[in-house]
Design a protein around this ligand. Structure first.
Ligand SMILES: NC(=O)c1ccc[n+]([C@@H]2O[C@H](COP(=O)([O-])OP(=O)(O)OC[C@H]3O[C@@H](n4cnc5c(N)ncnc54)[C@H](O)[C@@H]3O)[C@@H](O)[C@H]2O)c1
Ligand SMILES: O=C(O)C(=O)C[C@@H](O)[C@H](O)[C@H](O)COP(=O)(O)O
Ligand SMILES: [Zn+2]
Length: 354
């Protein structure tokens, strides 16, 4: 079974990535769950219907299994849903020997992980990712919910006990979700592996190819890139910021759309274009952004922003980014046609992590 081991300062855990791995690892997962007093399965409405058989299996896998079904998408990552999950756990007497199983995409995983990180100051959790995007979100231990003013602003680093990524579940993803998740794979190529980026660009030339070609080998490479970075810098004191490539601008775009207009990966593609152009200006990066954008547009990515959205609005949102160090004067951005005003920053670091 293809397994990547994530080893950080605080944890070591397997990430099993394979088509049908939930079926193949059934006994192992049941054995794992049997170690706990209670199991809380957090999933969203879509997944609970689409993958009812997985939910039923989990429900019967062990004693004392409780479901908790969230709204779909970003609406799961709210204070209200976080509180509802806590209420559910307290009223069903979940104790410190309980485990949370996150069955779903990044939104479910981020919420479930944060609930696990904070319930009784921390209980175990296991990730069963179901989206392309979750090859990124299920690994590395970043967990969070949103505040209306800022994305992922309330959260914790809390590593899962294990990740079982059944890539056969990806076939049911709608086109926009497929594309959104694929953006994080493109990111992994851009930040760490030019060969992976070239392979991805050669193998996926239109939207249909996202379904036609098994993504498992590419997603596995993306996960390995993430695992290596997280192993070196679990709490984003340095190089983990590379995994945030495109996210300063991208999160601002997401927030500007009230977390509804753009999916995460759609906004991150826009953010990565911004970061690439900025890197060209600041560091002389040699990269053909136009060719990359044309390729991405063939897959259906849309880089346009509404004319009503001003740079000032995005700038305000970028001020909330967790990577900011507002005590220094190194926080500046460039916009099309605007002057570059990087007086005292480390250009390489800033442009790589925006
Ligand atoms: N923690 C991290 O390191 C990290 C990394 C990247 C992104 N994220 C976060 O992840 C979130 C986005 O995750 P996402 O794109 O997976 O979104 P998501 O969890 O909202 O899922 C997207 C949609 O797809 C549906 N869905 C899930 N699995 C499906 C399947 N197999 N078939 C059909 N539909 C399915 C869901 O019901 C939902 O409507 C964002 O909040 C982002 O901030 C976190
Ligand atoms: O794991 C990381 O580190 C990442 O930055 C991965 C990102 O794809 C992800 O969207 C993450 O949640 C963003 O982190 P944040 O710290 O900017 O909220
Ligand atoms: Zn991301």
């Amino acid at each position: 079974m293809p397994t990547i081991t994530v080893k950080t300062a605080t944890a070591s855990y397997p990430v099993v990535v394979e088509q049908n791995c939930l079926q193949q690892q059934k006994k192992t997962i049941e054995g794992l769950l049997a170690n706990y007093s209670h199991v809380l399965v957090i999933t969203d409405q879509h997944v609970s219907i689409l993958y009812k058989e997985v939910c039923d299996w989990l429900q019967n896998s062990s004693n004392s299994v409780l479901p908790f079904v969230t709204p779909n998408g970003e609406s799961a990552k709210t204070f209200a849903i976080y509180e509802a999950a806590m209420t559910h756990m307290i009223s069903h007497n979940l104790d410190r020997k309980s485990v949370i199983v996150a069955l779903g995409g990044g939104a479910v995983g981020d919420l479930a992980g944060f609930v696990a990180a904070s319930y009784m100051r921390g209980i175990d959790f296991i990730q069963l990712p179901t989206t392309v995007l979750a090859h990124d979100s299920a690994v590395g231990g970043k967990t969070a919910i949103n505040h209306p003013l800022a994305k992922n602003i309330v959260g914790a680093f809390h590593q899962p006990q294990a990740v079982y990524y059944d890539t056969s579940l990806l076939a049911s993803l709608p086109e926009r979700q497929m594309r959104s998740g694929f953006a994080e794979l493109i990111k992994h190529g851009l930040i760490a592996d030019a060969t992976l980026l070239a392979e991805v660009m050669a193998n996926y030339q239109n939207c249909a190819s996202l379904y036609a070609r098994d993504m498992t080998p590419f997603l596995t490479k993306g996960i390995q890139i993430k695992a290596d970075i997280v192993a070196e810098d679990e709490r984003e004191q340095g190089i983990r910021a590379y995994l945030n490539f495109g996210h300063t601008f991208g999160h601002a775009v997401e927030a500007a759309g009230d977390f509804k207009h753009w999916f995460h990966g759609e906004a991150i593609m826009i953010g990565m274009k911004f970061a690439l152009l900025l890197s060209q200006q600041l560091t002389g990066l040699q990269f053909d952004v136009t060719r990359w954008q044309h390729w991405a547009e063939k897959l259906g990515y849309d880089f346009s922003l509404p004319p009503t959205l001003t740079f000032e609005q995005l700038y305000d949102k970028m001020m909330h980014d967790k990577k900011n160090n507002l005590s220094s004067d190194s926080f500046c951005f460039v916009e099309r046609g605007r002057s570059t005003d990087f007086t005292s920053c480390d250009e390489n670091t800033v442009s790589r992590s925006i």
